[in-house]
Write a protein that binds this ligand. Structure first.
Ligand SMILES: Cc1cc2nc3c(=O)[nH]c(=O)nc-3n(C[C@H](O)[C@H](O)[C@H](O)COP(=O)(O)OP(=O)(O)OC[C@H]3O[C@@H](n4cnc5c(N)ncnc54)[C@H](O)[C@@H]3O)c2cc1C
Length: 447
């Protein structure tokens, strides 16, 4: 029987969302998920799956029945011919990527971390960067879902196609996904070029570069005129082998120095110091932005896409139509200059190709993504509300898992397939077993 814990408290990664669920359940298979849903429904309780708790919004919060699918994370089938993999939906991306690599496959694209569960990542429209590539959810080609009655639905492009299309970005509102089939690609490496260059040069050339580079993004450090530009090109060329043991150790040290010491340890220390003495923030930002540095290397795809994030922060991210992206970014730069306090975290800029998933933030439009961050436990409302006001001018769509202040009345106007999603929601969960206060706010009540 599934494990049940009681008297629990839960918190997300950033620590800004907490709850005290009545119970935490850890089913081992789909039948146990069915039992949990039926029991909860009979007792009039709500059920919420939590993946890795890496959303900043209250999307995964519940004070009723919390379900963890950590024990449903097995690899069920590997179709080498068609590059398809069928897995238990609780699998974490950091476990899945090496498994795919060993099978000669890879996820087509990834975000900048791999701590998420697969089902959590797809449910919030998690994405990486690259105009020729799409959301992680777009790689899903089949699912098994337990609906609000405790019935199991299989869906893909042939069976229950409306459910399939909506539930790829289901926000946790369209049942419990127990199994996912992913359309992978042949394993590939990335030729990475990372440069610190003037922000003006980046913004003047970015649109052109974005159309000719597989994966491109930049991070601008507020109060500086520098940006870190990352350009990754897909390649089958192998990472060059270290010349000897000393060379191998040096490479490992360089990577540790960049990712752990500079991006995590030093950046964290500067943020603590900046919180205590805010006027030091511009100086620290210049140090983080650094001089005109450059790194170039080849590694397997998932090791280049993702890196560790140990300094905790709060984040908001908006998707706007691709042609408005740089204009919107320039307005964010102006806003930061006008704020009455300093911002110690970079602004991130990415791009993505459109898809046809109703609640995907890139639904029906090639998009630019602008993300703003603040150090955890520091004020964010004035900054994020100012950014949101700018994004509203461009029909911006907030990331479902990152902070925003929208509700269903504003959001329904910017998703052309809003009603399609709501129809599926009403059919899968007529009694609102999977809803919570965040979903009531952003999707509206079930009527
Ligand atoms: C440090 C950091 C870096 C990030 N980087 C990126 C990035 O590069 N790109 C990006 O787009 N986002 C990024 N995010 C956001 C993150 O990818 C999303 O918030 C994602 O949803 C987190 O996955 P999770 O497993 O933690 O899901 P959770 O936050 O635990 O849950 C998210 C939603 O998924 C639902 N869910 C989970 N499992 C199931 C299931 N089996 N069935 C039905 N519903 C389910 C939950 O109920 C909830 O509604 C980042 C977040 C952090 C903290």
């Amino acid at each position: 029987m599934f494990k049940t814990q009681s008297l629990n408290s839960w918190s997300n990664w950033a620590g800004n969302q907490t709850s005290n669920p009545l119970s935490i359940k850890k089913p081992k298979n789909e039948e146990e998920v069915v039992t949990i849903v039926k029991e909860a429904k009979n007792r009039g309780l709500k059920v919420k799956v939590v993946g890795s708790g890496h959303s900043f919004t209250g999307i995964a919060v519940t004070d009723e029945v919390l379900v963890s699918l950590d024990e449903i994370s097995d690899v069920r089938d590997v179709d080498f011919e068609n590059f398809r993999v069928r897995v238990g939906s609780g699998v974490k991306l950091f476990d899945l990527n090496p498994i795919l690599q060993r099978s000669g496959m890879a996820m087509p694209n990834l975000g900048d971390i791999v701590y998420q569960s697969l089902s959590g990542a797809i449910s919030t429209s998690t994405h990486g960067t690259g105009l020729g590539f799409k959301t992680i959810a777009d790689a899903v080609c089949g699912m098994r879902i337990v609906d609000g009655e405790g019935k199991v639905i299989r869906c893909d492009e042939q069976q229950n196609p409306e459910i399939f299309n909506a539930a790829r970005v289901g926000l946790g509102a369209l049942g419990i996904i127990t199994e996912v089939t992913i359309q992978c690609v042949e394993a590939f490496n990335l030729h990475a070029i990372e440069e610190i260059i003037p922000i003006g040069e980046v913004t003047n050339n970015f649109e052109k570069w974005a159309r000719t580079t597989d994966h491109i993004e930049f991070f601008w450090m507020p109060n500086t005129d520098k940006a870190l530009l990352k350009r990754n090109t897909r390649t089958m060329e192998l990472p060059s082998k270290p010349r000897n043991r000393r060379h191998a150790l040096k490479r490992r040290w360089n990577r540790f120095k960049n990712e752990e010491i500079k991006q995590n340890f030093l950046f964290g220390a500067m943020n603590y110091a900046g919180k205590a003495v805010p006027p030091l923030i511009p100086k620290f930002n210049s140090m983080v932005a650094g001089e005109n540095g450059r790194a170039e290397y080849i590694k397997n795809s998932y090791e280049v896409f993702a890196s560790p994030r140990r300094v905790k922060f709060y984040e908001m991210e908006y998707a706007v139509p691709i042609d408005s992206g740089i204009e919107a970014f320039r307005k964010v730069v102006e806003l930061i200059g006008d704020l009455d306090h300093y911002i110690s975290f970079p602004v991130e800029y990415r791009v993505l190709g459109k898809d046809e998933i109703p609640m995907s933030t890139a639904n029906n439009r090639d998009s630019a993504f602008i993300a703003v961050h603040v150090f955890r436990n520091t004020p964010f409302e004035k900054y994020f509300k100012g950014v949101e006001k700018i994004m509203n001018e461009y029909d911006g769509r907030p990331h479902w898992g990152k902070l925003h202040f929208q509700d269903h009345e504003t959001l329904s106007n910017i998703y052309p397939q809003w009603e399609t999603f709501q129809t599926v929601r009403r059919s899968i969960d007529p009694q609102g077993v999977f809803t919570n206060p965040y979903l009531d706010k952003v999707l509206g009540p079930l009527t």
